[in-house]
Design a protein around this ligand. Structure first.
Ligand code: WT7
Length: 635
């Protein structure tokens, strides 16, 4: 109905103004008209950014899977809900209808229950991009269990840290995964992780690669055998709007990952509403987001947002360059994809290859193309717009975060005129502002500052699992009464926003958020390493790559540097995963420090980026001479 699907620019402004003037009416009407609730809310919103405490649709009762599945059965039961495209292009795609999804989610939910999982329990999901992944999220939601998906590229150590932090009772995994020409031994990684996770009672294993895995008696069970015996009916657990739906970890400025907690009602309303508008979703569309469900993009815009709209959502198991660099476009042609949503790093990698990989496919089904995860540089924007969108599918550059749950700044296709590299305008309900370092709001146009949000939106993360103080410190303490994003942004003459990048110790590599602290912690585990500092430097495909400065202990002096480099990257791979490996490692006798002993990463960053002409004043450093040494020994 009105105001839900925005179709003109004046309508956008009208709706936006309403969302700011009467946020409760605005979000109350959307929730009322487009979702199924078991009980109405008592109050749309109560909030206090000082505590911080945010509650949406307090008192309301619902189950998100009734909204994502059951309610579509009568009208669209035979429609494809999930379209699974396997890694191997010769393996048939799988079309899972809403009816079948209903049955499979219920069976899975019954298996969870039969294995001791109930409302509020945490379940860790460590699976490749196979249908069981989406189904397991929904099965948890069906019975009110809290899912915690860990991206299946993370190492055993990273996995066990996350399992222990939220005390997961169960792990759902597979024997292994296919990734291009490679197979990965996921069960082996899980076995290693579970050596130090006393909270885990059981493991369910999906079969994907048919490898020989070790099944631990009394702990591990094959999933399919259990599903086969389970009933296809499972009554949904009736949840409070503010009950946790899931935990998803994101890295931060200390070694410990932050378990962002998202709750049920507001998250559902916001992801569904933004999906509809940002992708101009219509009934017969075939929508494809290439992200992994292990990240928030996959949670919100492969699973919950699309399914809440009754959409067909594609899950792709493989990689963009297998069997060749045309794979994405082959899939677009094959399934007549209407919306395509990917990351700048993928675009840059594909743009390096022969254009014939794109041109040999018919991409005329596309009507919206999207970008997410990091700033999209101008060259990549144009390549994507020209060669994929053919200059006639609007390109939506969507800015948001794990913490925001849903898209915050984005053009609305066919509504908002786009400008390369600009995420343009806030979506309805989002009130951005720019702040200076002293805590003053920067008003007006053509200005830049730190991006904050003034007012709650329904899908904001409510806390960090087990550490509400850290939630407060990280997001609500930099500026009074504002949510601080950690990003810098500029606002142009028409009020469009452009994200300039992180202003904290997070570096985005190939679209993955990496905190410098956990990587440094890992390196410092090496027996020969005394100290280390990580900074980012520009990389033409990854966006940023990692540069490590490492000082050695006496015991490490005289050791072969190339071997040490390999060992350091090996440790990082073990502790975090291959995505955090360093591109460059420079050994140095010291790190530049302030007199209070703080490492001056700003200087190290400039050296790594070859910006040595404007290092600023280094005379106040404790050890200015190491700056000289680092510059002179840099390769
Ligand atoms: C950080 C959040 C939520 C999507 C996946 C990443 C950066 C995200 C954009 C964009 C410029 C972007 C920001 C943000 N980012 N989208 N369109 N333009 N920067 O989620 O891992 O929580 O990372 O990604 O720096 O703070 P995430």
């Amino acid at each position: 109905m009105s105001n839900y699907h925005i179709k003109h620019l004046e309508e956008y402004f009208k709706v936006y103004r309403k969302s700011v003037r009467e946020p409760e009416n605005f979000w109350g009407e959307i929730a009322e008209e487009h979702f199924v609730w078991r009980k109405h809310w008592d109050k749309v919103l109560s909030w206090d950014f000082k505590k911080p405490e945010i509650k949406w649709y307090e008192g309301a009762k619902l189950n998100i899977t009734e909204n994502c599945i059951d309610r579509h059965l009568f009208t669209n039961g035979d429609k494809t809900a999930i379209l699974f495209e396997p890694n191997d292009p010769n393996e048939a795609a799988e079309h899972i209808s809403y009816k079948e999804l209903y049955q499979r989610v219920n069976q899975f939910a019954n298996v969870l229950k039969d294995n001791g999982i109930s409302k509020g329990d945490r379940v860790c999901i460590y699976l490749p991009m196979i249908p069981e992944l989406a189904i397991s999220l929904l099965a948890c939601a069906r019975i009110g269990a809290i899912h915690s998906v860990v991206f299946a590229g993370f190492s055993a150590t990273a996995l066990s840290t996350r399992i222990n932090d939220s005390e997961c009772k169960m792990v759902i995994t597979s024997d292994g995964s296919f990734r291009g020409a490679k197979t990965i031994d996921l069960k082996g990684i899980v076995d290693e992780a579970l050596e130090s996770t006393p909270c885990v009672e059981s493991v369910l294993v999906a079969k994907r690669i048919n490898s020989n895995v070790n099944m631990k008696e009394g702990r591990d069970q094959w999933l399919q055998a259990l599903l086969d015996k389970a009933s296809t009916e499972c009554a949904p657990e009736i949840m409070d709007a503010e009950d946790p739906l899931f935990i998803l970890y994101t890295s931060g400025s200390t070694g410990k990952p932050k378990g962002m907690v998202h709750t049920t009602g507001g998250y559902m309303v916001y992801t569904a509403y933004t999906f509809k508008n940002v992708f101009n979703y219509r009934h017969n569309d075939v929508y494809w987001c290439t992200a992994d469900i292990g990240w928030i993009t996959g949670h919100s815009y492969i699973v919950y947002g699309p399914l809440a709209n009754g959409a067909t959502t594609v899950m792709f198991e493989g990689v963009p360059n297998y069997p060749d660099y045309g794979r994405f476009w082959e899939i677009v042609e094959k399934h007549k994809i209407t919306q395509f949503y990917t990351a700048p790093t993928a675009i840059r990698a594909l743009a390096k290859e022969n254009l014939d990989h794109v041109d040999r496919y018919d991409l005329s089904s596309l009507k919206v193309i999207g970008s997410v995860g990091e700033p999209i540089n101008e060259e990549a924007w144009h390549w994507y717009n020209d060669n994929v969108g053919k200059k006639n599918s609007p390109l939506v550059d969507t800015w948001w975060q794990t913490e925001t749950g849903g898209i915050m700044l984005s053009p609305i296709p066919y509504v908002t005129p786009t400008i390369p590299t600009y995420a343009t305008l806030p979506l309805p309900g989002v009130q951005p502002c720019l702040m200076d370092e002293k805590g003053n709001e920067i008003e007006g146009k053509q200005v830049d500052g730190r991006l904050c949000i003034k007012y709650p939106w329904p899908s904001i993360a409510r806390t960090i699992w087990g550490d509400h103080q850290r939630y407060k410190d990280t997001y609500f303490s930099a500026y009074e009464n504002l949510y601080f994003t950690g990003d810098g942004a500029l606002r142009d003459t028409v009020g469009y926003y452009r994200i300039t990048g992180r202003v904290d110790d997070v570096i985005i590599v190939s679209g993955h958020n990496l905190g410098t602290a956990p990587i440094e912690d890992a390196i410092n585990e090496h027996p020969a390493v005394a100290e280390s500092a990580i900074v980012g430097f520009p990389h033409d495909v990854k966006g940023n790559a990692l540069y490590g400065y490492v000082t050695l202990k006496e015991s490490g002096e005289g050791r072969d540097h190339d071997n040490l480099r390999k060992e350091i990257n090996q440790i990082i791979t073990e502790h975090i995963g291959p995505i955090a490996k360093l591109d460059k490692i420079q050994f140095t006798s010291g790190l530049p420090k302030t007199r209070s002993g703080k490492i001056m990463r700003r200087i190290l960053r400039k050296i790594a980026c070859n910006e040595i002409d404007n290092l600023g004043d280094i005379s106040t450093l404790l050890n200015p001479e190491v700056v000289e040494e680092i510059i002179n020994t840099k390769k």
